[in-house]
Design a protein around this ligand. Structure first.
Ligand code: LLP
Length: 418
C-alpha cells in the first residue's frame, strides 16, 4: 500500500508529503487497507479449520486499529491488564481474548476474570494456583491453556526467540502434563486449551512443524489422562519482509499447520501481530542536517531511537526510502541517525542511498509493528502522532504529545518554608 506515483511516495491514495506538511514530523502512517488485507489473507488461508485469529495487541495497540480489526472479526492476544483495557476501550470482545505472560499480577488476573476473557495462557504452577484461588473467591471458573515450551529453534534473533528451553516462557512437555493433571483437580479452573509461541519474525514453516510434532503427542497423552481440550493455540511469529527475506506466505503457513491440526478436531487459535501490522505502517521523518566528519556522512533526522527502537535494540534493518524520489542525487553510504545522545541512536549504518538534502522527507518502512508501542520519552522527546489512511482520506488516531504531557504525572516538590 506504499507505492510511488510520479516519484512521490503514497500511502493508498494519499501523498505522504501532503500528510507530513499538515501533521509535521516525525509521524507514523498506517494503511487501513493493508491491515485488513493482511488479516483477511490469514483468515482465508485457515478457512478449512475452525479458527480464531487473536491479533497480538503488543505490536500495535492503538485503539482505532484494534477497533478496525475487531470489526474484521479478530480476537486479541494480550500480555497485560493495560492491553485488556485497550481492547475493551476499542469495543473488542473480551470473550475472544487470550492472555499470555509469565508475570500476571493479582490485580490483572481479577480484571481479566471480571471481564470474562476467553482464556488464560498459564505459564507456571504458581500462576495456575493463583488464578484458581482468585476465581474461587469470585465464584468464577477460569478457562485456561498451559503454555508449552517445545524447545525448538525458531531461527530468529535471540531476543525474540521464545520457544527454546533456556527461554523463560512456558513449561517443558513433561512438566506441562503434570500441571494439566493438577489443574483438572482444581475447583475453579478448567483446562480448555494448549498453547505455544516459539518466537517472532519466523520466516520458515519448519520450526512450526517441529514444535507441533512435539505438541500434538501431548494432546493425545492428555486425552488418555481424561483431559479433553477444545483449543490448540499455536501463537504468532510469522515473519515479514524488512529487506530481502523470503517469508512463508499465509497460505504456505496454513498448508503446513492445517493438515497437522485438523485431525485433532480442536479449534485453532493463532496470535499474529507483525504479519498484520508490520508492513502496514511507516515512520516519516525529516532531514535536519547533513554532516560530514572524517570518512563518514551522517544524515541527521528528526526521528530517533525513542520513536523506533528496533534498530538500536536488535540492530534491525528497516528499508529507508525518500518520500520524493529525485534522480539527480548521487548515491553514497551514510549513517542515518537521530538527535538522541546515544551512539545507538541510528536507523541505518553505512547504508547506500541517494544522498538526501536538508528538509527532505524519508520513510522508514515496515514500522507498523513494534514501532509506536515501543516508543519512549527518552531525552524528553514527545511521542509522534499516528495517522490512519483509508483510500484518499486519513484521520489522526493519536495526537502528537506536548511538553505538558511530559510532566503531567509528576508532582513538584513544595517550596521550602525556611
Ligand atoms: N503471542 C505471544 C504470546 C507473543 O509473545 C507474541 C510476541 C506474539 C503472539 C506476536 O508475535 P508476532 O506475530 O508479532 O511475531 N519487539 C520485537 C518482537 C517481540 C515479540 C514478542 N512477542 C520486535 O520488534 O521484533
Amino acid at each position: 500500500m506504499f507505492i510511488y506515483e510520479n516519484n512521490t511516495l503514497f500511502c493508498e491514495g494519499v501523498a505522504i508529503d501532503k500528510i507530513a506538511e499538515k501533521e509535521k514530523t516525525p509521524l507514523y502512517i498506517y494503511s487501513e487497507k493493508a491491515l485488513i488485507e493482511n488479516f483477511n489473507s490469514l483468515d482465508n488461508a485457515f478457512a478449512d479449520v475452525p479458527h480464531v485469529i487473536c491479533y497480538s495487541v503488543k505490536c500495535n495497540s492503538n485503539i482505532s486499529i484494534l477497533k478496525l480489526l475487531a470489526r474484521a472479526g479478530a480476537g486479541f492476544d494480550i500480555v497485560s491488564g493495560g492491553e485488556l483495557f485497550r481492547v475493551i476501550q476499542a469495543g473488542g470482545d473480551p470473550g475472544k481474548v487470550v492472555y499470555a505472560g509469565v508475570g500476571k499480577t493479582q490485580d490483572e488476573i481479577v480484571y481479566a476474570l471480571k471481564s470474562d476473557i476467553h482464556l488464560f495462557t498459564v505459564e507456571s504452577v504458581g500462576e495456575l494456583d493463583r488464578i484458581n484461588d482468585l476465581a474461587n473467591r469470585m465464584g468464577k471458573k477460569a478457562r485456561i491453556a498451559i503454555r508449552v515450551n517445545p524447545d525448538v529453534d525458531p531461527k530468529t534473533h535471540t531476543y525474540i526467540s521464545t520457544g527454546k528451553k533456556e527461554n523463560k516462557f512456558g513449561l517443558d512437555i513433561e512438566t506441562a502434563r503434570e500441571i494439566y493433571k493438577h489443574a483438572s483437580g482444581l475447583p475453579s479452573v478448567k483446562p480448555v486449551g494448549i498453547q505455544m509461541h516459539i518466537g517472532s519474525q519466523i520466516t520458515q514453516t519448519q520450526p512450526f512443524k517441529n514444535a507441533l510434532d512435539k505438541l500434538i503427542p501431548l494432546i493425545g497423552q492428555l486425552r488418555s489422562d481424561g483431559i479433553e481440550l477444545e483449543y490448540v493455540d499455536i501463537g504468532g511469529g510469522l515473519g515479514i519482509v524488512y529487506k530481502d527475506e523470503k517469508p512463508m506466505t499465509a497460505q504456505e503457513f496454513a498448508d503446513v499447520v492445517v493438515p497437522m491440526v485438523k485431525p485433532l478436531g480442536l479449534t485453532l487459535i493463532i496470535e499474529p501481530g507483525r504479519f498484520i501490522a508490520g508492513n502496514a505502517g511507516i515512520l516519516v521523518t525529516k532531514v535536519e542536517y547533513i554532516k560530514k566528519s572524517g570518512e563518514k556522512t551522517f544524515v541527521i533526522v528528526d526521528a530517533a531511537m525513542n520513536d523506533l527502537m528496533r534498530p538500536a535494540l536488535y540492530s534491525a534493518y528497516h528499508n529507508i526510502l525518500p518520500v520524493k524520489r529525485q534522480n539527480d542525487r548521487p548515491t553514497k553510504p551514510v549513517d542515518i541517525v537521530g538527535p538522541v545522545c546515544e551512539s545507538g541512536d541510528f536507523f541505518a549504518q553505512d547504508r547506500v542511498i541517494a544522498l538526501p538534502a536538508q528538509d527532505d522527507l524519508l520513510a522508514v518502512m515496515s514500522a507498523g509493528a513494534y514501532g509506536f508501542t515501543m516508543t519512549s520519552n527518552y531525552n524528553c522527546r514527545v511521542r509522534p502522532p499516528e495517522i490512519l489512511v483509508n483510500g484518499t482520506s486519513y484521520s489522526q488516531i493519536r495526537r502528537r504529545e506536548t511538553w505538558e504531557d511530559l510532566v503531567r504525572q509528576e508532582v513538584s516538590l513544595k517550596e521550602s518554608m525556611s
